[in-house]
Design a protein around this ligand. Structure first.
Ligand code: ADP
Length: 239
């Protein structure tokens, strides 16, 4: 693979997708295009919602930006640098240093406590969490409204699990916060609390926020919303 390289023209947009195609089953009799985006740009510190029916390509778009899957064609730029190329280690480091990801199904380790789940990314990076890291994790647990940092994840409600996932995504002070349907499995009250948390923490930390959602209350709080259908952008609205 070629090394990460400079974009030919830095245009001040933090995130830029160009000529993107994500094709599943390439080489098979009927390959399937999950995503097809000519151009998408996101300015630093802004929030972008991704709406659209189930199967429209929302998760595919988020996973592409996070480097969890590569495009079949096209390029993804972050701060003028291509992030869809380079070896796996480089892409892993970029993800760890830049992105906080709130997965649709939380990805918590059931047997670990709340605080140990929040500290997981730090453990992957260094193996040992020092006192400062623990203090930061405890602070985040409080920020997201959880009372007991030592409770095991398995004993938490869905709303509480989602809060842990948000605290963990924020742990590395990400410049890009990505959330995949963060309120989908929550009741209205918990959903509103998580939406508030994502939007305000992103704003306060000047992070750029990408959120896939059906939830109109959440989407209405974001600066811009694109709607996907069949992997294509069919509508775009700026607040
Ligand atoms: P959304 O998040 O909007 O529900 P997805 O991005 O998960 O949509 O999926 C977009 C389309 O790509 C769907 O039709 C889905 O079935 C398909 N898809 C996703 N991942 C794969 C894969 N690994 N192999 C084949 N098809 C896939």
């Amino acid at each position: 693979m070629p090394p990460m390289s400079e974009a030919p023209d830095g245009d001040g947009k933090l995130l830029r997708l160009e000529g993107i195609e994500v094709v599943h089953g390439r080489g098979a009799a009927s390959p399937f295009t999950a995503l097809s985006i000519d151009r998408l740009e996101v300015a630093a510190g802004t929030s972008l919602g991704i709406a659209g029916p189930s199967g429209a390509g929302k998760s595919t778009l988020l996973h592409l930006v996070a480097g969890l899957l590569g495009p079949s064609a096209g390029a993804v730029y972050w701060d003028g640098r291509r992030i869809d190329v380079g070896d796996e280690g480089t892409r892993d480091r970029f993800r760890r240093d830049t992105i906080g990801f709130v997965f649709q199904d939380f990805h918590l380790v059931d047997e670990l406590s709340v605080i140990e789940n929040v500290l997981l990314p730090a453990r992957f990076a260094t193996w040992r969490a020092d006192r400062e890291m623990r203090a930061r994790a405890r602070g985040l647990v409080e920020v997201v409204g959880l009372i007991d940092p030592d409770r095991r994840a398995v004993d938490l409600s869905r709303g509480e699990r989602q809060r842990v996932a948000v605290a963990r995504a924020l742990f590395g002070r990400p410049r890009l916060l990505i959330a995949d349907e963060p309120t989908a499995s929550l009741d209205a009250e918990n959903g509103a609390a998580i939406a508030e948390l994502l939007v305000t923490t992103a704003r306060e930390s000047e992070a750029t926020l990408l959120v896939a959602a059906h939830d109109r209350t959440l989407l209405d709080r974001l600066d811009r919303v694109i709607t996907l259908a069949g992997g294509r952008i069919v509508e775009e609205k700026t607040r």
